[in-house]
Design a protein around this ligand. Structure first.
Ligand code: ADP
Ligand code: MG
Length: 424
């Protein structure tokens, strides 16, 4: 088979790496890809939002299956374009990707179908949002409806802060039209867990749990980022939590989407909070999480291409997912200054130490290859260093060891990825 992956981050590197393990695959392309992806796929210089060019490329190269990694093209309807052209593609159509693309939609869906989530109201009028806040309890959470690069959620400790937040989102339009509508929701407390799943429209298969670290600095300080590290499984995702979510959240979400005429095929990422009242959905994503993918896929035993095909064909009920009985930790190596200002174009050394290892992985997020074949930094998050181990502690020790193998100027990482492991 020939496969095309659309995207360019650590997530896509992990997906491409996993696809490359499949005996069914002869050739992998990745558009646009990055410096590391180039080692297991042919990178193609077409942007992820250039749907027509991507579809034309897929036709020309007779691609058997295209896998979409990123949220923007999914919410923009790339799957619809590919299907219209008669191309096989893995991911939700635009009318289903709205599960991630509109927080107001997902909240209303959960309310309508009795899926546990925080209490909320939706506002399109800033005046009404302000008036509502006058009688609200604090802290309170404001969420821009649309995609906002993970920055559209504000947790406000006081009325003043919340009013300023409404202004930022709805009047100043810091996230553009993503803030035309906002969700104001109850503040919850508890541990957060991410759960990834495959869905074929009807059947859902849970992969495993993971936990992300969004803040830039140790101790969950600093600005929000795309993710500074992950571990899998989460020790807090117990059999009891799993049973509850299977009964009240996972299948119900898939059935709700079908009932709405928005059959969901692809990945559903459940962002959960384990509250005193039981697990509740914080949000849905309509694709693999990054960097969760970098700890989940190295633990997966299945041929991922078979699972992708089962989702597209609607035969996921015949597939059982299998994961290693181990653990994985990923530490992101960033450029100091991320997520604000940072340098690019710095040479990276030591990557060859990962070659041929089956328990250490380096996934490239922001890298590029120069004319001499050297790998240079090309983004804020540069690499994801993952290690697997018998348990979380061993995986963490190995992952941090491996962070020392790689060098580049201004290398920055958090030192407390997986700290929660000690509290479990
Ligand atoms: N109702 C809530 N109560 C407490 N914290 C929340 C709530 N909603 C979101 N958060 C926090 O904000 C983060 C981002 O919110 P989320 O809904 O996942 O949006 P996004 O990932 O699109 O930014 C969550 O991971 C969580 O830490
Ligand atoms: Mg989130």
């Amino acid at each position: 088979m020939k496969i095309l992956v659309v995207g360019s981050g650590g997530r896509e590197h992990a997906i491409v790496w996993k696809i490359a393990q499949s005996p069914k695959v002869d050739k992998i392309y990745c558009a646009p890809g990055n410096g590391g992806i180039g080692e297991c796929a042919e990178c193609v210089d077409i942007g992820a939002m250039e749907f027509e060019r991507l579809a034309a490329f897929a036709k020309e190269k007779e691609i058997d299956l295209t896998v979409i990694g990123m949220d923007d093209p999914l919410c923009g309807g790339i799957v619809d374009v590919f299907e219209r052209e008669g191309l096989r593609v893995f991911g939700p159509r635009k009318n289903a990707a709205i599960l991630e693309g509109s927080k107001a939609f997902s909240k209303d869906l959960m309310k309508k179908y009795g899926i546990p989530t925080a209490a909320y109201e939706v506002f399109t009028d800033p005046e009404q949002a302000m008036a509502y806040l006058e009688t609200a309890k604090f802290p309170i959470v404001l969420k821009a409806d649309g995609l906002a690069l993970g920055k559209g959620v504000l947790i406000c400790g006081s009325l003043e802060e919340a009013k300023a937040g409404v202004k930022t989102l709805m009047l100043d339009k810091q996230f553009g039209s993503a803030g035309d509508e906002i969700v104001i929701e109850e503040f919850m407390t508890g541990r957060e867990v991410s759960v990834l799943s495959f869905v074929d429209g009807q059947t859902i298969r849970i992969m495993t749990s993971a936990q992300d670290h969004k803040r830039a600095k140790d101790g969950d300080q600093g600005l929000n980022t795309g993710g500074m590290g992950t571990f899998s499984p989460s020790p807090f995702y117990t059999a009891e939590v799993d049973a509850y979510c299977r009964e009240h959240i996972y299948q119900k979400t898939v059935d709700a989407m079908r009932a709405e005429g928005r059959e969901f095929k692809g990945i559903i990422f459940f962002g959960l909070m384990l509250t005193a009242d039981g697990p509740k959905v914080l949000e849905y994503n309509a694709r693999f999480g990054d960097p969760e993918t970098q700890v989940v896929l190295p633990r997966m035993k299945n041929d991922i291409v078979e699972v992708f095909e089962a989702c597209v064909d609607g035969t996921l009920d015949q597939v059982e997912l299998e994961f290693e009985d181990n653990a994985a930790v990923c530490v992101v190596l960033a450029s100091d200054g991320y997520p604000e200002k940072y340098e690019k174009g710095l040479p990276i050394s030591g990557l060859e130490r990962f070659a041929g290892k089956t328990d250490y992985f380096v996934f490239h997020a922001g890298t590029k290859r120069d004319g001499d074949g050297r790998i240079l930094t090309n983004g804020g998050r540069v690499l994801g260093v993952t290690a697997t181990g018998a348990d979380l502690k061993e995986a963490r020790k190995k992952a941090y060891e491996a962070t020392e193998w790689v060098e580049f100027a201004n290398k920055y990482m958090r030192h407390d990825i997986g700290k929660a492991i000690d509290e479990a």
